[in-house]
Ligand binder design. Sequence first.
Ligand code: 13P
Length: 268
Amino acid sequence: MRRPLIAGNWKMHLSPSEGAALATMLRQRIGMRSDVEILLCPAFVALQAVAEAIRGSEMKLGAQDVFWRDSGAFTGQIAPPMLMAVGCEYVILGHSETRGRFGVADPDMDARLLAYFSETEATLNRKLRAVLPHGLKPILCVGETLAEREAGQTEQVIRTQIEGALDGLASDELYELVIAYEPVWAIGTGQVCDADEANRVCGFIRQTLRDRYDAELAEFVRVLYGGSVKPSNAHALLHQPEIDGALVGGASLDAKAFEQICYCAPQR
Ligand code: 13P
């Protein structure tokens, strides 16, 4: 059985001391749960402080992005071994916000500025190839925009994102892969994807793995849902057979809300 994974993506929130305070609170509430894997993904600068706060508990640490080279003249970038050195076990890759696909329209982000968030299938493929040999577990985010959904392109967009990111990787390299279905229109909007529909798309993601690789890998890989997950909708989402956990944004910044979401995960 796939163990549920509940991940908090703190995005660009919380300083090291604020992050450590939240992690300490969570540790006291849910830090020793082992039936559900609980993961915190703070900003780079808070990784060390959060690592110290959760040391000795069952909670896991993850980063929100990584560069694909181990070292070199890449100003401003963070390498996979650096994440390992501070205790990261996971890394989020291809979040729609690093792809420049925002759920909430931001007038400050015109087309020229969006190029700054320039994640592509090709860069994601490099990142996956870089992290997997280190044993750093990738959480690959995929998902369609509202316009793509309305144009009936959801499956096509998701298949292209998965096939592009996994290009050239073999089945036996992908057992630690986690895929998160994050419909862009549900991120930060409060407009959650209906649980049945989220289950259907997560099933499609699993089918894509089955078609491209094999049934064994498809049954092993965890597929999460992300996008406006709250205590009020988490139970319905997390009890869907194809949904193995949640990638939580806003609600993961609130200890009580995140704890409640973790308690909604089924015991599998
Ligand atoms: P929200 O839960 O704030 O909608 O964010 C979801 C998300 O982007 C998690 O990665």
